[in-house]
Each structure stands twice: as C-alpha cells, then as structure tokens.
Design a protein around this ligand. Structure first.
Ligand code: UFG
Length: 329
C-alpha cells in the first residue's frame, strides 16, 4: 500500500514507519519536527517537513500522489500540558484532524488508522479495560482523542470512511535493532526518567504516590512495547474496509507497578536508582490494564514483548548507544 503518515518522525510514528517499510509498504511522512527527529525517519520513507495543520500543503500532497491510506500520529500528547493549554490541544488534535479528514474525503482516501489512547477511558470503574468500557476522559488530552474517535465513527456511515482507532496503553521500549528509540525533551514518561536516573542524568527520581489501593501502593500500568504497537498498526491498516469504523485496545493485558518497573531497571542497569516518594500526581488513575483480546481475535495480533525486564532492557540499550538521543537536534 502507499501510506501517508502524519507525525512519522515522532516516537510511535517512526517505529511504525520502519515496520511498514520493512513489510513492503511505500511511505510518505509529514512531520513539522517540533517533537520528532529527522533521523528517526526510516531511510526508505520520504519525509516532507511541514505542519499537518497546513491545509494548502496537505491538499497538494494528497492530490499529487494517490494514497491508499493514512496513519495519523501527529498530535500533542502531554496530559499536564493539555490541562494548562486546552485550546492548543483542541487545535492540534481535533481541528487539524478535521482538516485532514476533509482533505482525505476530497482526495478519495477511505482508510485511516488513528492514534487514540487509554486516556479516553478516564478513571475506569474496573480493569482490565475492554473497548466497550465507558469512555469518560478526565483531561483535555483524553477528550481530544475521544472527539476524533467520534469524527471517525460518524464519517463511516456518512462518506464511507474506514477507520481504526488504536487505544494505546503505555508506549515504551525501542527498536530491537537499536536504530531508533524514545527521545523526548523534556522527558515526562516513567521508563525514560528511570533510565535517565540510572545514567546519572538525574540524581534521583520521584515516585508519584505510594498510597494507592494496589499491592505496593504505586500505580499500575500496562507497558506496551513500541514494536508491538507498530505491528498492530500494520495489521489494522491492512485490514480496514471502507465504511467500517473500529477501535482496539493495544496493551499486553499485564500490569506493572511503578516500583516493579524501577526494580526491573535496577536489575537491567546494575544501578541503584535513587527514588523520592512524593505526593500523587493529579489525574493519575490507580490501575490501567488493557483487555486487548479483541484485536487478537479480529486481526490475529499479539504482543511479542511481554516481560517488563526485556522491555526496559530494549529502552536501556537505546539510551546506552545514543547518550545524547538523536543526533540531528
Ligand atoms: N511516574 C512516576 N514518576 C515519574 C513519572 C511517572 O512515578 O517521574 C508514574 C506516574 O505517576 C504513573 C506511571 O509512572 O503512575 C506512568 O506514568 P507516565 O507519565 O509514564 O504515563 P501515564 O500513565 O501518565 O500516561 C500514559 C500515556 C498518556 C496517556 C495516559 C492515560 O503516556 O499518553 O497514559 O492515563 F494519556
């Protein structure tokens, strides 16, 4: 397939581009490189530097080349920032996606895979979370992702859009071949923060809340390796049928607490990793674990990376070999 990928220089996008190219797909990436990295884009893919909000540029790309499908990653993705700057989130995540969908409709492109999030579920009443668990987001980021899910669902019957919203749990890890990995600035996610501490970039790290109703008192998350996210995207895009809107959870179905992840990192890195127990971070649900059986049954997807030590180890390998992250920054 010929696939147009927005945000293909970002963390999840770049791993998906690599996987698509390695499986024989032709990929054109648009990325404004404000968070993404030029050298994260797989060599066989074509990178167009530009903003997904630039309707004129997008129209010219989508009319000059006949694409079979779109993968849409370009978005703002920090929960805390979304609380401080909601309009920027609605602009980047909802308004820009609306424009993209209009241009897809005009260009006759009827397939899209969309990066959604477990943040659309908010504070779920029970776990594991199924796709039919009520979606009640508790922050602007989650609401923008849910708004796009609605646009996709409404477009299926109205103009024949085929869509697949993939609700990621906690994306982590790096490519097995060591070529690409996670490089955010500043870093806000647990595993890279742990590894920055292990590398001495921080003297200590905070554990946000030790009084949750979980076995060790810290939050439990479902850490899904970015290569498994990539295979889910590929299977989804290959299976989409015009006029059908679907949504799948993407997680391992297993949960690890913050302290368990830190312990795994201590074993992998051999470093002490000093922690400071601090107050809860506002808005953190105690436990988020996916029931990802639907995508297994419907598309035959299953995660290859299920052991937290292996997952942390792959991230550690990337950070060891790229101490300054991507070199084009
Ligand atoms: N944590 C710490 N210390 C840190 C960083 C994180 O204790 O320095 C804890 C958090 O409190 C949380 C867990 O580690 O319990 C994971 O935190 P992350 O920030 O890595 O990830 P989140 O679970 O907050 O975020 C993920 C996705 C978001 C999504 C959100 C939905 O990355 O895109 O789940 O809740 F919106």
């Amino acid at each position: 397939m010929r696939i147009f990928v927005t945000g293909g220089a970002g963390y999840v996008g770049s791993h998906c581009v690599k996987d698509l190219c390695e499986h024989g797909h032709e990929v054109v990436v648009i990325d404004n490189l404000c968070k993404g990295h030029r050298s994260a884009v797989y060599a066989k893919a074509r990178l167009i530097e530009g903003d997904v909000g630039d309707a004129k540029l997008l129209r010219s790309i989508l009319t000059a080349t006949k694409f079979d499908a779109v993968m849409h990653f370009a978005a703002s993705a920090e929960v805390g920032e979304s609380v401080r700057e909601p309009l920027s989130y609605y602009h980047n995540n909802v308004s820009n996606t609306l424009t993209l969908l209009e241009l897809m409709r005009d260009a006759g492109i009827h397939k899209i895979v969309f990066s959604s999030s477990c943040a659309t579920y908010g504070m779920p009443a029970s776990v594991p979370i199924r796709e039919d668990t009520p979606q009640l987001p508790i922050n602007p980021y989650g609401r923008t992702k849910l708004a796009v899910e609605w646009m996709l669902a409404d477009s299926a019957s109205a103009w024949g859009l085929g869509s697949c919203a993939l609700r990621y749990f906690n994306a982590c890890g790096a490519a097995r071949d060591g070529s690409i990995g996670e490089d955010h600035n500043p870093e806000s996610h647990l595993i890279p923060i742990i590894l920055e501490t292990a590398r001495g970039r921080r003297s200590q790290m905070s554990v946000f809340g030790t009084d949750y109703d979980t076995p060790d008192g810290t939050c439990i998350r479902d850490y899904i390796h970015v290569e498994d996210l990539a295979s889910a995207h590929r299977l989804a895009i290959e299976a989409i049928e015009p006029g059908v809107g679907q949504a799948f959870n993407i997680g391992t179905g297993r949960g690890n607490s913050v302290l368990e992840v830190i312990e795994a990192a201590r074993r992998i890195t051999g470093q002490e990793i000093t922690i400071e127990e601090v107050d809860r971070r506002p808005g953190d649900p105690p436990i988020l674990i996916a029931d990802a059986s639907r995508i297994g049954q419907e598309l035959g997807w299953k995660p290859d990376w299920t052991d937290i030590e292996d997952i942390v180890g792959s991230a550690w390998q990337w950070h060891q070999s790229h101490p300054e992250g991507f070199e084009d920054d």
